[in-house]
Design a protein around this ligand. Structure first.
Ligand SMILES: *Cc1c(COP(=O)(O)O)cnc(C)c1O
Length: 510
């Protein structure tokens, strides 16, 4: 009797229920212990690439596989020893949310169900949860009811989805059929400030508009786009026969957390028939905070954040200030149906038309992806578990801590505190000998602070990134981290100053 290997397969990747249970429990225990002590270990080993490469080893592709438990243990040991842990309470670099443990479990559950959230019939409950989570995000932003939206991989993709929806909606010819070189095409112009994130540069390049289509509008002394100059630029381009189709405003610039004057910009866009897109990837969620907190220091940002409600589209980033693990971005579009108008292609080999009861909710028709994972689950869980109140508290505390840092820096004799906006504080180290005339030492201060940024980042005690403002190289702390406490923040200036002193001595003999 021949044994038929296809009758009962022994797939090398399958795990029996008992083995899966044992490996899973063990891994969850390890994660709980590791996260529990994350603040007591170095934030990063700060190793050069050669060291990390050596630790991994030049492994040939294995011909024969190994036991799952063995490779899992090896992977977690490699990651534990050679990773930067952005869940550390003193991680304040770039804009990276401290990952919520619930989100980790959500990703595990999502992978277990493994719905393909491109087609509704392949992901019935998952697709509904995504639509619900997107609706809640719209509500949090005051953009309610979010009439059209989708989760994507992050802020860049969310902004790009809005960009493409706007292009289809506002180009005065059929750009999807005839492209940008159509006989009746006009030159499309987009308006923004120099502070806007590079997603826009990538977009005009990737989607064929070319970088010259961007009009960079100068900012005021608080790094906010100037509406008077915006209006003049739109009118001049229109008079010249170009097509001003989109303004990109920021609700929280990535460098300093500046909020563009959205009320004035929205009024202007409405008046001139130009699409208003708000990039809220960093700061959009601050719109849920009470005005008393936002404007406590005379900032006057609350009313402009609330004017997000007037935008045609908004991009936000749940993997930043909603603290979900990577990846999750969200695009919201005011006018229903526009995402499908921009993205829908229905192939003959799909049977996703629905049962006629409701309009089918097929996300593959609403964005660039075809097969799509269930990133919505971690977002849905987080919004349910924290609620509006929980987020108001966590995001509010991040803003408060940024102000605590600004004040501590301002009181320290060896620092210059430069900006404080939303949860971002910028500053630089200034040796006492140069304090009286910092302008005369601009280049040396920049070199010193650049080196300081690198050493702090590699040191493993805390992590800040950098910004450049008025030619000054600055250190920049951005709080999107619910694990940070006041003690973490208050200890930071002296930690940074110690390294600053050492560099001043080594590089400049001070
Ligand atoms: C982070 C950020 C982006 C890009 O988002 P990713 O999630 O990194 O793709 C875009 N705009 C602003 C203002 C940001 O802060």
């Amino acid at each position: 009797m021949s044994h038929d290997p296809l009758a009962r397969r022994t797939a090398p990747l399958d795990l029996g229920a008992d083995e899966f249970r044992a490996l899973g429990h063990d891994l969850v225990d390890w994660i709980a212990d590791t996260l529990g002590g994350v603040g007591e270990r170095p934030l990063t080993p700060g190793e050069p690439r050669s060291v990390v490469r050596r630790a991994l080893g030049a492994r040939p592709l294995p011909q024969r596989g190994r036991a799952a438990g063995e490779v899992l243990t090896e992977a977690r040991e490699l990651l534990a020893a050679h990773s930067l842990w952005n869940g550390h309470p003193r991680f304040w670099g770039y804009v990276i949310g401290s990952p919520s443990p619930l989100g980790m479990l959500g990703d595990l559950l999502a992978a277990a169900v493994n719905p393909n959230c491109g087609g509704w019939s392949l992901s019935p409950m998952a697709a509904e949860m995504e639509a619900q989570a997107v609706g809640w995000i719209g509500e949090l932003l005051g953009f309610a009811p979010a009439t059209d939206g989708i989760l994507v991989s992050g802020g860049n993709m969310a902004n790009m989805v809005c960009f493409l929806a706007a292009r289809t909606a506002r180009a005065p010819w059929d750009v999807r059929t005839h492209g940008l070189g159509a006989a009746d095409a006009k030159r499309l112009r987009v308006y923004t400030s120099a502070e806007t994130h590079t997603w826009l540069d990538k977009s005009v390049d990737l989607f064929g508009l070319g970088e010259e289509c961007i009009r960079r509008i100068p900012c005021d002394d608080r790094a906010r786009l100037r509406p008077d100059l915006l209006a003049a630029a739109i009118d001049a381009d229109r008079a010249a026969g170009d097509e001003p189709w989109m303004v990109v405003a920021s609700a929280g610039t990535v460098s300093t957390g500046a909020v563009d004057p959205l009320r004035a910009i929205a009024a202007l866009c409405a008046e001139r028939g130009v699409w208003l897109h708000v990039d809220g990837a960093y700061g959009g969620f601050a719109a849920m905070l009470p005005a008393e907190l936002l404007d406590a220091r005379g900032d006057d940002v609350a009313a402009d954040l609330h004017a997000i409600a007037l935008a045609d589209s908004v991009a936000v980033d749940p993997h930043k200030w909603l603290y979900v693990p990577f990846e999750a971005g969200c695009a919201l579009i005011r006018e229903p149906g526009l995402l499908r108008r921009a993205f829908s292609h229905v192939p003959p080999y799909y049977n996703f038309a629905g049962d006629g009861e409701d309009e089918p909710l097929n996300f593959y028709e609403r964005g660039p992806q075809n097969s799509r994972g269930f990133r919505a689950l971690k977002v849905w869980l987080a919004l349910q578990a924290a609620g509006r109140d929980g987020y108001t508290q966590m995001i509010g505390d991040d803003v408060r801590l940024a102000r605590v840092l600004f004040d501590a820096i301002a009181q320290h004799a060896e620092f210059e505190a430069v900006t404080q906006g939303l949860s971002i504080t910028t500053f630089r180290y200034v040796p006492p000998a140069w304090r009286a005339d910092t302008a005369a030492h601009l280049d040396d201060l920049n070199a010193l602070n650049r080196e300081l940024c690198t050493r702090i980042q590699d040191g493993g005690d805390l992590f800040v990134s950098n910004a450049v403002s008025a030619e000054r190289y600055l250190l920049r702390a951005c709080f999107t981290n619910f694990r940070t406490t006041r003690a973490d923040v208050e200890g930071a200036p002296e930690t940074i100053a110690r390294t600053g002193r050492a560099i001043a001595r080594e590089m400049f003999g001070l």
